[in-house]
Design a protein around this ligand. Structure first.
Ligand code: NDP
Ligand code: OXD
Length: 321
């Protein structure tokens, strides 16, 4: 049987993730688009689209007829890790499924800190029954969201639904119902003074790298009902200075952290984060990319692009997200 390559091939270029589930879904949704796994197809002129997660550097530059790159994640820092990235459009994941998963994670972790989950788990481990009637109302707590994009906006709305006060910070000015919005360098100070629990849903870009450092923690309010603030980072590990987080926890600049992402993943078995009593760790599991939700809209975009229609959810290469 000869393959119908009229529509062009897809290159599936992943590192760190198994290609099997993606291959299976692509085969189901786009049988007319054969899939090539790198490195076999590294210079194949019949490849028109690349679907990538942390693709190997210089791989895509060798494809003479590449029309667009599809990131398997909402974040695209992994795509920009390639210094020889060709000048074709980059499409990122914007999906109700991914957004819902992230908002579940944010609500789970915010509620866990708000309802003293870490404390009760420690009490359980030591068989301590201490009722502590000092539970606060959600309305007494302000959750500050760093990043008011697709994920941050949905998380903000859901946290409001749970009764929390919500503030948010973005690069550009926003108006969101019931959310105190701050923007840019001028807005950062008042934003940091506004919150008790901070949720980070920023992309990793040259501007945001290492933004979560000691100087930022020092600007967060210590006068709220939780005393020192709580930090929840579900954005990227490159946003955080990990030595500064540990020092801030030990000095009381932060009262607790939840980290889903790390500078180095997987987190090293020697990391002091594993055993720190004020640290909750999840293994980059806040919002998984799921083939059954993501491949169909991706292939629809390839078909639309082949018909001459515009791609959506494009990455701004200059801004880096
Ligand atoms: P978006 O691009 O939709 O939103 C990004 C937000 O960050 C925007 O509000 C943007 O501002 C803001 N921002 C960017 N740069 C700056 C800056 N220099 N200063 C202030 N604000 C800034 O992204 P998503 O919401 O879809 O995703 C956010 C990130 O979440 C991803 O980039 C990824 O790293 C991470 N992620 C993590 C997952 C996990 O499992 N842990 C899963 C999925 C995503 P503006 O609105 O003005 O443009
Ligand atoms: C993403 C991720 O960016 O899974 O989507 O981290």
């Amino acid at each position: 049987m000869t393959e119908n390559t009229e529509k062009g091939r897809i290159l599936l270029a992943l590192t760190g993730w198994s290609p099997d589930v993606w291959l299976e879904e692509l085969g189901k949704i786009a049988p007319e688009r054969p899939v090539t796994l790198e490195p076999d197809g590294a210079s194949d002129p019949s490849i028109h689209y690349a679907v990538v997660w942390k693709q190997r550097p210089a791989l895509l530059a060798k494809l003479p007829n590449l029309k667009a790159i599809f990131s398997l994640g909402a974040g695209v820092d992994h795509v920009f890790g390639d210094p020889d990235l060709p000048q074709v459009p980059i499409v990122r994941v914007v999906s109700p499924d991914l957004t819902t998963r992230m908002s579940e994670y944010v609500a789970w972790q915010v509620l866990d800190h708000h309802r003293m989950g870490p404390r009760y788990r420690a009490q359980q481990a030591s068989r301590i029954w201490d009722e502590d009637r000092g539970q606060r109302a959600a309305a007494d707590i302000t959750v500050g969201i760093m990043g008011l994009g697709e994920l941050g906006r949905d998380a903000a709305a859901k946290l409001r639904g749970l009764g929390f006060k919500v503030s948010g910070w973005a690069r550009t000015e926003k108006q969101l119902d019931g959310v105190a919005c701050y923007a840019g360098a001028d807005g950062l100070g008042p934003f940091l003074a506004s919150g008790d629990i901070f949720v980070v849903l920023l992309p990793l870009t040259p501007e945001t790298r290492n933004i979560l450092d000691r100087s930022l923690f020092a600007r967060m309010s210590k006068r709220g009902p939780l005393g020192a603030p709580v930090l929840i980072n579900a954005g990227r590990g490159g946003l955080q200075n990990e030595a500064d987080i540990l020092a801030a926890l030990n000095e009381g600049l932060l009262s607790a952290v939840t980290l889903d992402v790390f500078q180095q993943e997987p987190l090293s078995p020697d990391s002091p984060f594993w055993t720190h009593p004020k640290v909750t760790i999840t293994p980059h599991a806040a919002a998984a990319s799921v083939p059954s939700s993501l491949i169909k809209p991706m292939v629809q975009q390839m078909n639309a692009h082949d018909r001459g229609e515009k791609l959506i959810n494009l990455v701004d290469r200059k801004a880096g997200y």
